[in-house]
Design a protein around this ligand. Structure first.
Ligand code: 6R9
Length: 647
């Protein structure tokens, strides 16, 4: 039995959801989803109310997911305009810059309205219309949020590309969705260093159609190269009207595309639509974090990831919350930065990733203890399984034993939290995502035959039985791939790609990906993406990439590389390959370890046996399993003998 932490009495007394509420509402949500979601759809404002709630088919070959599909609305009006009468002067966004020496900004809902309207009018001026795609490649500055909301306001579809991605990754995404405009900035300050975003965008746009325009926000004012396709945002915004009526869109019109890694080389464009997504983001934000008026809520993610979409921007703003947006990193100028920001802005709910918690834990308690964290009421984690040691440190040192921890399991595809303990309802268990959110019916399946595993104290692959409003609808431009990826292996269910355990109490523990997706510092990466970057190098004949346990990052990137005959391994080449992959994909894909492999373990049909490579990388030689089907079993001994030291 693992230790549990009961809900704190004062939290439970005021919580939106108590233990009794949870049972009753969860049962109702499963028994009659139409009635449940019909009611909760009213959390947001509709221009034309829906009469239909749910229209879903999970049958492979005919997958179709629609929610509230005869309703119309506008997301920006929900996140801004509807709050103006009651909270126009309330701070919507607290922006904390990279350097603590620079001033924070407090942006009220009224300011947010003006800025978003201006950005929307600038986009219109560039010819952006409803349904057009706009790529956002931006630092964590308020203009990134204005850009998202401006797209939503005019019915354009945004696709954010994390500013740490390389020019090649950016051009692939711009071309993948045929974007009309790329919004970027001169430079992105982070951790005291400036990334030349505009220069990266130029390199990317050189590989895109000449008609793609760039809208450039001045962040640092640095001199940047300029061409005919470039437009100066600050000049255009100064001249633009701050009034732009919201465009009416259908609940099932796309709100955004977000590219994410899968088990094949090409990232997929996850499509989220308007009505259901907003209902789900708003509801989970309010309930999971037990958000109340007056709370200051901070999610440390980047808007380049889904967590930033749902839990920095759309969920909090739909709820009229005050949301903190942070440009910097946890360790600059030193490892107390997060805690100083919590103290400075009196943060009540703090939401971050296990990788950050582990890194800060390694710096010692003093960095935490010198800040006054008495404003904190709740802590959250997301992105990967959290090990109990990090959970306990977060609980004891950061939360002072007073703050419940919500370990939220979800995915880019799910739009919002699918499993998490609720702070006023559940006794938490370190490391468990624990309870399904309302309307979510998890099923544990046997990976070998797809049969349902009933009962408790069981383990298998995790699927979801029926749809929820925040679910992705398709892969941009490739519905077949959507069905193939999520609905073909286990018929009739949404397949999550994760493994899980249901413990003796019926609580869920996520055990990690069961496909070739690894999770490095909470960032999702397909091993195939790193492999294709490596084999694109002229000296690399073959490459196989696996994850291995890494103390801080959760998983590190371990690469087995076979060189072209005639090319010799060297330390210089190792460095060169590392830089090569960073340039191809971005710094987050930097290989941690590169092992020269004269041969890779393959079956007679030529399939690389990653299972074996994974075990070698994990240092688990005793558990290699059956190697008899290998074409040449001796390569395994050679790989073991030359395994990289993790240091
Ligand atoms: C939101 C987000 C999704 C994958 C997911 C799982 C892992 C996320 C987790 C977790 C254990 C948690 N994951 N949250 N594993 N406990 N609380 O991270 O989306 O980038 O698409 O990653 O991350 O493996 O399948 P995304």
């Amino acid at each position: 039995m693992s230790k549990t932490y009961a809900p704190h009495a004062d939290m439970a007394a005021n919580a939106h959801i108590t233990a009794a509420d949870y049972e009753e509402m969860y049962n109702a949500s499963i028994a009659d989803p139409e009635a449940f979601w019909g009611e909760h759809g009213k959390r947001i404002d509709w221009i034309k109310p829906y009469s239909r709630v749910k229209d879903v088919c999970f049958d492979y070959g005919n997958v179709s997911i629609k929610w509230y599909d005869d309703g119309t609305l506008n997301v920006a009006a929900n996140c801004i305009d509807r709050h103006l009468a009651t909270r126009g002067d309330q701070t919507a966004i607290i922006w904390e810059p990279d350097s603590p020496d620079d001033d924070a900004l407090h942006i009220s809902y009224r300011d947010l309205h003006k800025a978003t309207c201006k950005m929307a009018n600038v986009l219109k001026g560039l010819g952006v219309e409803k349904g057009d795609r706009v790529v956002i490649y931006m630092p964590m500055i308020p203009e990134a949020t204005y850009a998202m909301l401006a797209c939503a306001r005019i019915g354009a579809i945004h696709s954010i590309v994390f500013a740490g991605f390389s020019p090649d990754a950016l051009s692939a995404r711009v071309n993948g969705c045929n974007a009309k405009v790329v919004i970027t900035a001169d430079e992105a300050p982070r951790g005291g260093r400036n990334t030349p975003l505009k220069t990266n965008a130029d390199k990317a746009l050189a590989k895109c159609d000449d008609s793609v325009q760039a809208l450039v926000v001045r962040r640092t004012g640095a001199d940047v190269p300029w061409s005919d396709r470039d437009h100066d945002y600050n000049a255009l915004a100064a001249a633009a009207s701050d009034d732009c009526p919201p465009t009416e869109v259908n609940a099932e019109d796309p709100l955004f595309i977000l590219y994410t890694s899968g088990s094949t080389g090409q990232p997929k464009g996850v499509v989220h639509t308007t009505g259901g997504y907003l209902v789900y983001a708003a509801m989970t934000h309010q309930i999971t974090f037990d958000y109340h008026d007056g709370d200051i809520y901070w999610c440390t993610a980047d808007v380049g990831w889904v967590t930033g979409h749902s839990y920095i921007v759309y969920g909090p703003l739909a709820n009229g919350a005050t949301t903190v947006m942070f440009e910097g990193v946890p360790t600059y100028p030193d490892a107390s930065r997060f805690w100083q920001v919590c103290e400075k802005h009196k943060v009540s709910q703090f939401y971050t990733a296990p990788t950050a918690i582990r890194a800060l834990m390694g710096q010692g308690d003093d960095f935490v203890k010198k800040a006054d964290l008495s404003s904190l009421k709740l802590l959250g984690t997301v992105g990967e399984p959290i090990n109990p040691e990090a959970w306990n440190w977060y609980n004891d040192v950061v939360g002072g034993g007073r703050c419940p921890i919500v370990d939220t399991w979800w995915q880019t595809e799910t739009g919002g939290h699918l499993m998490t303990p609720l702070p006023g309802a559940h006794a938490t268990k370190p490391g468990a995502a624990q309870k399904p959110f309302f309307g979510i019916e998890p099923v544990v399946l046997d990976p070998t035959d797809g049969s349902v595993i009933d009962g408790n104290d069981v383990e298998g692959v995790l699927c979801i039985k029926d749809s929820w409003p925040g679910q992705m609808r398709t892969v941009w431009g490739d519905h077949e791939r959507f069905e193939q990826t999520y609905f073909s292996d286990f018929k009739g269910y949404y397949f999550t790609g994760d493994g899980c355990r249901r413990d003796a109490d019926g609580d869920y523990w996520i055990t990690g990906r069961v496909d070739d997706v690894i999770n490095v510092s909470g960032h999702r990466m397909g091993t195939a993406e790193v492999e294709s970057a490596l084999v694109a190098h002229p000296k690399v004949a073959e490459a196989a990439v696996v994850g291995y346990p890494h103390d801080i990052k959760g998983q590190g990137i371990y690469c087995y590389v076979t060189l072209m005959s005639g090319d010799e391994p060297s330390e210089d080449l190792r460095k060169e390959l590392r830089t090569w992959v960073r340039n191809e994909i971005g710094p987050i894909a930097s290989p941690d370890l590169i092992q020269w492999a004269p041969g890779l373990p393959k079956t007679r049909s030529g399939k690389i046996m990653r299972r074996i490579l994974r075990k070698i990388a994990e240092d688990d030689f005793g558990a290699l399993g059956d190697t008899s089907t290998l074409a040449d079993p001796s390569v395994v001994d050679e790989l073991i003998a030359n395994r990289m030291n993790k240091g």
